[in-house]
Write a protein that binds this ligand. Structure first.
Ligand SMILES: *Cc1c(COP(=O)(O)O)cnc(C)c1O
Length: 248
């Protein structure tokens, strides 16, 4: 198990390096984030003990379950799943350092209130739905600038950039179009000079499309399967949650 993970990490780091060379980018500009949904704390530890520092969960429940096992190893924990307002307390309790999936004002408001009460701040990325798929969370690209502007008024929320899940497609150019939308939005927001908003981070690209994402400017690639192996749950279980189960 350990050998597999380390071997996979070597391959991923090479892919990142090659993609950076291809697109004339410095390797220091791209961070590898390990998407650890369904992965046991034991397996995550292997990665953390061998140079990895950035991990992320999709569900608060998993964050909670693995917290004690991982807390003694230095690392940064981001949150990349659909966040329900009633789980905000836990996000703070389990030391999440960045919520990458902020996609609505109402959630920002509640997060801000909680942070104020605890005298804390939180890094956030605005999640954009660039693939125009009903099943995915994220703000509509046409509303992203406005949402960013509104969220910027919450002093506890430190906007660091944008996040997206690209289209699931074997057609690279269609996937690339999603990443271009995110990059263009980033540029647009930078030109707006909104106070309290930094737009350095572009979190995009996963196991199957990280090269394309890096070519289009990704600063964080989120990789799960290619490091830890296939998952038994389909991704829709994580990405549609709350949409498909929504009570009328
Ligand atoms: C699972 C997940 C990833 C990683 O996907 P892989 O295809 O396993 O690399 C990236 N981002 C999000 C939001 C995820 O839920």
């Amino acid at each position: 198990m350990k050998e597999d993970i380390l071997h996979n990490l070597t391959i991923i780091n090479n892919r990142i390096k090659n993609a950076c060379e291809q697109s004339g980018r410095n390797i220091d500009e791209v961070k590898l984030l390990l998407a650890t949904k369904t992965v046991s704390a034991e397996r995550i530890k292997v990665a953390l003990k061998h140079g990895q520092i950035l991990i992320a969960e999709n569900k608060v429940q998993e964050l909670k379950e693995k917290y004690d096992d991982l807390k003694d190893l230095p690392h940064d924990n981001h949150f990349i799943g659909h966040l329900q307002s009633n789980k905000i307390k836990d996000i703070l309790k389990y030391d999440v350092t960045c919520v990458q999936s902020l996609d609505r004002l109402e959630l920002a408001e509640k997060l801000h209130q909680r942070l104020l009460a605890e005298n804390k701040t939180m890094n956030v990325l605005i999640q954009v739905n660039t693939s125009n798929e009903e099943s995915k969370f994220g703000v509509d690209p046409n509303e992203a600038v406005e949402l960013t502007r509104k969220i910027s008024h919450y002093s506890t929320l430190k906007i660091k950039g944008l996040m997206t899940i690209g289209l699931f497609s074997a057609e690279t150019e269609k996937v690339r179009a999603c990443f271009k939308i995110l990059k263009n939005l980033q540029q647009e927001i930078i030109h707006e000079h909104i106070p309290n908003v930094e737009m350095k981070e572009l979190s995009m690209g996963m196991s199957g499309d990280l090269e394309t994402a890096i070519e289009e400017g990704a600063t964080i690639v989120r990789v799960g399967t290619a490091v830890f192996g296939a998952r038994i749950y389909p991704d829709s279980y994580y990405w549609n949650e709350g949409k498909t189960n929504k009570k009328a």
